[in-house]
Design a protein around this ligand. Structure first.
Ligand SMILES: NC(=O)c1ccc[n+]([C@@H]2O[C@H](COP(=O)([O-])OP(=O)(O)OC[C@H]3O[C@@H](n4cnc5c(N)ncnc54)[C@H](O)[C@@H]3O)[C@@H](O)[C@H]2O)c1
Length: 202
């Protein structure tokens, strides 16, 4: 772990905001010793990350449960909150247990609400995966070309290398995608400009 920055937020109930890379492994130490059970609330898009977090929590001796919730705004309904309360109830969560919100603002809003309304409030740790991606460890905006490169790499991974789908989802033309792949050094080895349309066909 490097360049980790902790910002103390004061007030009646102070809390820390920790900014940095590779922080998922620090969730167990953030939970503290009083917590026995942890619910990780996440959307389908982050199922693999949630599995890694659950595995890590179990390795640290916690009883860890996952709650996959609908994507984006569809998560913010009383029915979805009730689903999460059901998981907490079945697993016997007490006031000294905790909820982790892993996802975008909609998921973390839901996780915060679920944590606040279980037994008049349990501990919550939010792991936001969207807006924070735009800022660096110091809280400053990252360079546009770094963001662009990361967005393209994420899209290639998300759409299994199907370049026509990548271009469609990013709302750019195939030739623009090819130019950017080249610019960011992301083009598959040996790919020539003539081969780009073949690649772009997905
Ligand atoms: N509580 C607050 O202070 C606060 C502040 C601002 C916004 N909000 C709420 O946040 C919501 C908007 O948040 P948002 O813009 O993060 O959108 P979002 O939570 O709807 O997420 C946008 C999309 O990105 C996906 N996603 C998230 N992380 C991902 C990742 N790492 N990889 C791939 N896909 C990923 C999500 O599944 C979703 O499809 C709104 O509901 C808004 O009301 C809350």
């Amino acid at each position: 772990m490097s360049d980790v920055r902790t910002i103390r937020v004061g007030g009646e109930r102070p809390y820390d905001v920790v900014v940095g890379h590779h922080l998922l492994g620090t969730i167990p130490e953030m939970l503290g010793a009083s917590v026995q059970r942890v619910l990780v609330v996440h959307p389908a898009a982050l199922a693999a990350t949630a599995d890694a977090v659950l595995e890590d929590l179990r390795a640290h001796g916690y009883e860890a449960f996952g709650a996959e919730v609908p994507d984006a705004e569809d998560a913010k309904t009383v029915e979805v909150a009730a689903f999460c309360w059901g998981v907490l109830g079945q697993a016997g969560f007490t006031r000294s247990d905790a909820v982790v919100g892993l996802g975008g603002g909609a998921t973390t809003d839901l996780a915060g609400f679920v944590a606040a309304t279980w037994l008049r409030g349990v501990k919550v740790i939010q792991v936001p995966t969207t807006v924070l991606a735009m800022v660096d460890a110091g809280g400053h905006m990252r360079r546009m070309e770094d963001l662009e490169s990361e967005i393209i790499r994420t899209a290639i991974s998300r759409y299994d290398g199907h370049m026509s789908e990548v271009a469609r989802r990013l709302h750019i033309g195939r030739s623009t995608l090819y130019r950017k792949l080249k610019e960011f050094g992301l083009e598959p080895e040996g790919m020539t400009e003539e081969e780009a349309p073949k690649l772009a066909a997905g």
